[in-house]
Structure formats: C-alpha cells, structure tokens
Design a protein. Sequence first.
Lengths: 363, 654
Amino acid sequence: MLLKTTQAALFGAAAALALSAANPALAQVIDLEGRTVTIVHNASPGGSTGLTAQLVADAWTHTMAGEPTIIVQSVEGGALSRGILQVMNARPDGRTLGWLAWQGSTRILDPEDRQIAFQDFGLIGGAGGATFVLHASVNPEIGLSTGDDLPSVEHFTFGGFSARSAASIRTAGVMDMLGVDYTFVSGFAGDTPLEAARQRGEIDGFPVTGVYYNRTLVPGPIADGTDVPIFYFTGPNEDGTGLAVDPLIDGVEPFDVWYTRVRGEAPSGPIWDMIQYHGRVTDPINWLVVAPPGTPEEHLQMLRESFAAATQDPTFLAEAERVLGQVPQISYYEDVQAIVDEIAATPEDMRQLMRDYIAAMEH
Amino acid sequence: MEQFFAGLGLVLQGTTFLYLMGGVLLGLWFGAIPGLGGVTAMILVLPFTFGMEPAAAFALLLGALAVSTTSDTISSVMLGIPGTIASQATVIDGHQMAKQGRVLTAFGAAFTVSAIGGVIGGLALALSLPIMTWLVLTFGAPEFFVLSLIGLVMVGGVSGNAIGKGICAGALGLLISQIGYPVASSEPRYWFNSMFLIDGLPLVPVVIGLFGIPEMMQLATSGKSLATRNYAQSEGDSLMAGVRAAFAHRWLALRCSVMGTYIGMLPGLGASVVDWLAYGHAVQSAKDDRSQFGKGDVRGVIAPEAANNATLGGSLIPTLSFGIPGSGAMAIMMGAMTIHGLVPGPAMLNENLSLTFSMVWSVILANIVGAVALMLWSKQVSRAAFINGNLVVPAVFVFLVMGSFIGQPDIRTLIALLCIGFAGFALRAAGWPRPPLILGFVLGPVMENSLAITAQAYTWGEVLARPTIIILGLLLVGVFFAASRTIAKRRNDFQIELSERSKGSLTLSLGLALGSVALFVWAYLQATEWSFLSRVFPMAIASVGALTALCIVVADVRALNRYVPVDGGDTLRGFWHRHARELAVFAMFALAVAMAPVVGLAAAMVGFTALYLLAWGRFTLLTALIYAAAVGTFLYVVYHRMLHVPFLPPFFLS
C-alpha cells in the first residue's frame, strides 16, 4: 500500500513536472539569479531608445527578482519589425524582454499579413510619451510672422520621416481644418535633419518632439527670432476632454486652446476626433516594455512590479534627468493594456480617415 | 589657438590618454575582423562611457572608431575581403599585391597614407569649425543628388575595360538597393512578402559576401597559400618600399584625403562610398600607364586608404555643428554627447570649444598611434600570406558568417550572404566587374532619398537657380566627359576582374546578360503600378539596365561567334571542370549554413571547421580538433560573452 502510494505520488509529481515544463504559464517566477537578461530594442544603437532602455536596465537589475545582469541589445530594421518579431519569437524563459518602439496606432493600417498582435505580448509597462510642437520659420514671403498667422497662409510645406507618422497625419489634418493648402515632404530621418531642412528653406516647419524643442530650438532659432512655435499636440486632460497642458512647454498652447483662440470656435468633427485619438493612444507611450508571449503570469507580475519600482527609484530619476535632460514619462501595466486594447478596437471609419491622409501625403 | 592647445591638454591628461590608447587597441582589433569594425567597438564601450569625464569618453569612442579604417586594410589586402565598408576599393589592388608577395609594401603605403588622411581630416575639422554651420546648410537635397550622380559616373573608373558590364552591374546594385520601403510611400517594393526584405537587404552581407565568399572558394581550391610566391622570393617587399611609394604619390594621397574629408561631411555618403570615388579618381588622374590597375598597382591602395581615414574628421562636422549623424558611428557619438549633456551647435564652438578640440586631437593622435602600431606588427601579420590557404578558409568563413549575422541575427541573413556570394562568384567567372554593383547598392538609397526630397520641396526653377547646383553640375559634366573621353580612347586598358577570357566565361556572361534583361524588364513592369515617387527611380534604373544588358547580349553573341578557342581545354566542359571544385567548396559553405538551424549556429561553425580541415584540407585529427576548439572558444568569448550575439539554437531547444 505504502509502495503504491509512493509510486502514485512519484507519478503525480513527475506528471506535474512534465506539465509545468510543457506549459510554462503554469510555472512560478523564473529563477534569474546568476543569469543574463537581454532587453531587445528595435532602434539603432546610441539613440534615445537605446539610451533610455539602458538607464532603465541599470535600475531594473536591482529590483528584478534574482538581480540578474541585464544587457541592452539593438535589433534594428524591418521598419521596426525585426526587433519586435525577435521578442515575439523568443522563448518565454524570462531571459529576453522587449523595449519596443511600436507605432501601434498606424501599424493597424497595415495589410493583414503585416499586422503584429501586440496584445499577445506579456505587457509590462511603457515609456517615453512625447509632446509634438508644430513650429515654423518666420517668413514674411508666405505671410507668417507669428504662430497665429498660420490660418492666413496660402501654402505650408512641412516635413517628416514618413506619411505614417502620427504627428505628420495630425499636422495634415490641422491644415485641412484651417483650410491651408499643404505639401508634405518625407524622407527626413529625425528632428535634426528636419531642422537643417527648415533652415535651408526646403520646408516651412515641422512637428518636433518636446525634448528637442526645449533643448535646441528654444535657445537657438526661437531665441534669435527666426523660428516661431505655433501649438502642440499632447495627450488628453484627466477628464478625457481636450488636450492637456504640458508644463514643460513654456509659452505655447495645446492645439485646441490655440484653435479656439485664433478661430473663435472650438475644434470639432472627425479630424479633431482623430487628433484626440492619437493624443490618447499614440502620445502617452513611445516604447512598449514587454515579455515574449507565453511568459508565466507570476513572472509577468514580478516584472511589472519590479519595473515600477525601478522607474520610481530616486537614483534612476536623477540619472535620467542628467542624461536625457528630463525624466521620461513612464506608464504602468493597466494604462498600457488599455491603450493596446483601444488600438486593437479602433473603428473602421477612423482607420479609413488615417489611410486617406497617408494616401494624400504620399506622392 | 589657446583653446586648440587646451584641447590637446585634455587628451594628454592621465586617464584620458589611457582611454584613447584602449580605444585604439580595440579599434585595431575590431577593424581587422571582417564584419565587425569601429561601430561595433563603439557599441561595446558606449555603456562604459556613461560615468566618465566627457573628454575621456570621446577619446575612448573616437580612438576605437578612428583606427578601424586603418586596420581594416589587413583583411582587404590579405584576404580580399573588405575589413569594413570603408576599405572595399582597397581589395582590388591590395589583394593582388598580397598574391604577388608584396604584402608589406601594401601595408607600408596603406598605413602611411591612413595616418596622413586621418591627420588631414582632423585638421580640416579644426579649420572648418568656424564655418561648419554654413557648410552644412549649403548642401541640400539637390546637391546630394548631383553629388551621388558624380559618384555614379565613377562606375567608369571601377569597371576597367568592361565598361558595359560595369554599367549593368551598377544598375543591378541600384536595383537591389530598391528592395523594401521607399522614401515617399508606405508600400514596400520587391519584397516578396518577406519581413526580412521589408527594409531592404543589409549592407554587410552584400559587401563581404560579394568579395569574401568567391575569394574563399578560390583559395580553398588553389591548394596553395594566399601569396603565389614563397616568402623568400618576396624579399624586395618591405614596409619602407610602401612608405616610399606613399611619399612618391603624395599629391594623390593629399587630394584623396581632402576628398575624404568633404565627402565625409555629407550624411549618408561618407565612408561607404568615398573609397570608390578615390579609386576612380586615381584611375582617371593617372597620366602614365594604367594597365597595372587591378593587378596590384600601389596607387589603388593609396587613394582609398588616404580617403577613408579622412572621412571621420569630415563626418564630425555635421554631427558637432548640427547634430546630424550621417552614419551609424555618428549616431552613437550623438548618443554619447546627449549622455554628457552636450547640445550640438554653437555651444560646441563657445563654452565647449576646448572639448571640441580634444575630439580633433583624439582623431589625430589615434590615427598616428594606430598607423605606427600596425607598422610594428605588420611583419608578423604579413607572414599569414604564406601559410597554407586551407588553414585560412575555415576561420575566415566563420568571420564572414558571424560578421553578417551580428547585424541581423536571422538565418535569412546567412542565406542572403550565400546568395550574394554565389552571385559574386558568377560575376567574377564571367568577367563582370563587381565594384560597380557595390557602388550602385550604396548610392541607390542616397540618390533616391535626395531625389524624392528635391521633387517634393523644390521646383525645377528653384533647383537650377542654386549656385552650388550650377558648380556641381559643371563638375558633373567635366567628370562625365573625362570618363567618356577615356573610354573613347580605350585608355581603360586595365582589368578589374582578372578572369581569363574563355568560351565558358563568354557563355556565362551571355547567360548573366540575358538574366539581367529579364530581371530589369520584370522590375520595370512591377513598378508601373506604384505611386510616382515610388516608381520613378526603379523604372529609370530598369530602363538603363535593360538597354545595357541588351547591348552586352549582342556583344557577347558576336564575341562567341568570332571566338577562336585557345586550346583543346577551352570548351564549356573545360570551364565547368575548372570551376567544379569551387562549387564543391560553395556546397560545403551552404551545408554549414543549412546545419545552423538543426544543430545550432555555434555547433555548425565548429563542426564545419573540423570537417573542412579533415575532409578537404587533409590535416591530422589533432590539428582539426585544436583549430575547431579555438574557433569555438573565440565564438564563445567574443561573440557570445562580449558582443551578446543571439546564436541560433539547435532545433531541439527552439
């Protein structure tokens, strides 16, 4: 009897072991002590994506269970998809995480075979929300001396990396709301080439990230009067209405406040809905922090908690302030999940409106 | 001037100088290994610079970067494989010099002009500081397009006496560069619904595959050492002979250094194309006998090596003045500047001027120290040219595979490496010059980007009214007519590909030309459905390519009809027999790659090494085991522990 019981217990234990090996989602927190965890990011090395990931990695190594060594690796290319797919296809063994520039709100416009199911990832958090400031050269020839002159300009040429950028789509939408004829010039690989193009006169202006605006434009061309800010795009107010005031962007208004002032009426209609949509789902998160699909739930929970602890650590905050000039906006699991869900459920008329803009901006 | 020497003081102070030397050592090592290079070295040390003083951090980074374009000469000369993107053109004559047992002469000339080029680039950076913002703002998209066109005209200079085939190969390179997302559209082109191709083919497998795989196939079948002479026969070869040659051609070195500096300033062009431009210039400006170009002319080493070391100083100009990183290396520099709270622009010329000058000094000192160190080591390195080629092949193949894989860790990267390698073999066997293909591949994206921006942002009138466009247009016309005159007078009597003309090579060339016609026609038809800016460039390439390929078809058919066999072995069967063993080696390479997903990449490489040495090289079991163990250790220490390459696991662990 004893033998039978022992045999049954052994068999049961073996079966449980086999089951847990076959289905990692049933396992406990993965032991990472003495291990190396690789955070894969999908941008080029040395840029803000890699730098921010490295800063978080340095803090996270102290809060993650087992205190593993964390390294940051760039897997760029494939229109950001190479790094995303590398994490998607990685083993859910806790040793690969993703720090992914995702562009979720415009990726849903891709054909079915190019879609990426972000909701399948084990979501941990997000980072790097951005404010985009539209600014333009002071150019009396086109009738633009202050930001308020934009509605009376006949033609406005603005630049961007591609027509699929949410900031570019919104800027094109604003031009239509104002009745300003526009040309979009694509092919610039970042804020600095765009700024050089503006100074060369190839474009009149462009929507720039808040960080670049504060660090480079405010003390440079805006201070010397050759460039003026117009308005900025940002996330919604806490009650979900309008666009929030960004306290870091001094002396410039959010788009809806600016529009109401210069046009005498509040913005409305489908384009304004699209601007608010991007404020909700695009601006709060630049980088998704994820684990590969199939990562055990307990392990994910540990990652979410340790990520939150790492990004609230005073040492991290001080280092981020020193290196990046400002602490990146950090989002936590519930908020990130809500954004991923809203993007997945984007109504067809909103998708079509964005497709129409992309088609109009591409030549 | 006070700030200039304050910058020198910053570099020479205690730990900063040590960091500079550390960077130089790392850069020398990484530059010598095909596929690694200075950018990888910078990525490796970047996290360590977070807590350093700014001058020390930039000394470490610039030290690693500056000398990688000096030590990359070793691979180009010894193996015929570009050590980095910047030393592609050095392969043409440098490798021929190695085969003739003139390794030290090539090294002496290359290292001397590398130091000169690096110093000139650094000084040009220092002199350009007051006007660098003006320089950057002067060159807009139209200027970039015309400059790229000037670069493309250099196809004539790197095609030798096969100008038609050179143009066709250049068009093939341009067409391959069109794979993936275009500048002004969100619909990828020629991508066959493969995510691997959605962003285009990666540069490294194309460059090292096109030259490296065919070279290793040839070396494996020759059964000899790299140098066809033995060590004793090449006693006339010396470093000083190279140094003397460098000084004898000092004006060429100087012109190419200046060219390197100013091409380096142009984001997107820089080191990847300047060596070809310098090589083309060396050919076109040669007043005497050109017949030795492609056969080991030292001027073919001096020109690109002087130019590629000068690009770093040039590329720092837009980075420091405007924050425009024109290359991957400069993007990392920008990251390091951000970490240390430095904002590109006027601040680098005012409050941070001594730091800016410390960067200038770092570049200058690193180039001098790097060149001297390589001079001291080159005698030992050069002896590798006289060892059994079968001992070289497995290690180099592993470097080629890992050098491609590190940028894009995907089995399809290795498949691309093999496909490009096979294409390189076929082109060489058919007598088609390979350098124009690389030139087209590198210039394609720059040309299309600048064309698209010009078309979107300018009218014809605005473009033609720009003074810089008028100057560059005149330069383009001048270069074009000089090249045309050279061709018309048949002065391009040198060969880039030293393949023998035979019935087999002509037949293969005909096959390639027919295949190219079909490819260009297909590419043209594919493009008709795309938006204007997506289709205009590939359609132009396909039109020129198809016409040139048709001309080659006609010329090859005529040549075959008039062809008189040299001897009884000059038949298709004889051609096949001459190349069958090379194809067998290629099959081994392909098998090693095919085994990677089965047994894992590391095991496949170690296993290939052991089996190659035993089965093909006929070495003893002990030799094979020791060699394979060394390869395995190197993979583990360098690629796994240091560079964190995600090796493909064996299927049972996937």
